[in-house]
Design a protein around this ligand. Structure first.
Ligand SMILES: C[S@@+](CC[C@H](N)C(=O)[O-])C[C@H]1O[C@@H](n2cnc3c(N)ncnc32)[C@H](O)[C@@H]1O
Length: 236
């Protein structure tokens, strides 16, 4: 559908009818050939904002999937890059794809729900790309609090989001249509597949992060091809 080696429409439907975890397990072998994998052109410009190579002790990638962000983080880190994900299949793909990637830091893979993290001041950097739609509004405080606890004082959480589009923007309608379909799917079928658009856009993200003691830098114009994308660096 997206790529000759990517999932078919039937496979995508099968995945959407499974739980989040099972859906990603099924998608894992073909995930790299989907638009859901964060493109490198979105990840590469992030590294200079985080520092020089070797300037970070340890970094945490939330919802790491097949490890695209962990690849970008490795040269920056001295000790380890930890990827956390709820899908065994995605973690196995990450482990396979990251073999031989440039850098010295150890890769660690953790099978866990990001809402159940118990890290205590262990990371200087946390990242979350392409996955903020998996955190329901009612869980966002718990999510941000877990990240705050995982970071050392002064540690940074980095992610890309946008402003909330208005109803004049076709994206708003696409997102609302998709979200409506997912609400219907989850109302009639258990377990749910948790994935909704526009959940952590800037006004809401800012409000929650400030409430949890972060200060925010919002960088516009980082991406020429994605003019509405904003890179957020939130410091604990
Ligand atoms: C769209 S993929 C993004 C993967 C990767 N970050 C990227 O940008 O290419 C979303 C990932 O989030 C994971 N995920 C979803 N909900 C999660 C949760 N509550 N805890 C941990 N991982 C989760 C999925 O298993 C999947 O690997």
């Amino acid at each position: 559908m997206f790529h000759p080696q990517g999932p078919t429409l039937f496979e995508l439907a099968q995945q959407a009818l499974s739980s989040t975890e099972r859906g990603y397990d099924l998608l894992a072998p073909k995930f790299e050939y989907t638009p859901f994998r964060t493109p490198d052109e979105l990840l590469h410009p992030v590294a200079p904002f985080l520092g020089e190579p070797g300037s970070v002790e340890a970094a945490l990638d939330l919802c790491c999937g097949t490890g695209a962000t962990m690849r970008m983080l490795r040269p920056l880190c001295r000790s380890h890059v930890t990827g956390i994900d709820v899908s065994h299949g995605m973690l196995a793909e990450a482990e396979r794809l990251l073999r031989g990637v440039q850098g010295e830091a150890e890769f660690r893979f953790l099978h866990q729900d990001v809402l159940e993290m118990t890290f205590d001041a262990e990371f200087e950097v946390a990242t979350c790309f392409g996955a903020l739609g998996h955190i329901l509004p009612r869980d966002q405080d718990q999510f941000v609090d877990g990240i705050r606890r995982a970071l050392v004082p002064g540690g940074r959480l980095v992610f890309v989001t946008s402003d909330m589009p208005t109803a004049l923007n076709p994206m708003w309608w696409v997102a609302r249509g998709f979200n409506f379909a997912m609400h219907v799917r989850n109302a009639v079928l258990a377990p749910p597949f948790i994935m909704f658009y526009l959940l952590f856009t800037l006004p809401r993200a800012r409000e929650i992060l400030l409430r949890h003691g972060f200060s925010l830098e919002v960088k516009s114009g980082v991406y020429k091809r994605f003019p509405t994308a904003k890179l957020v660096v939130a410091s604990r």
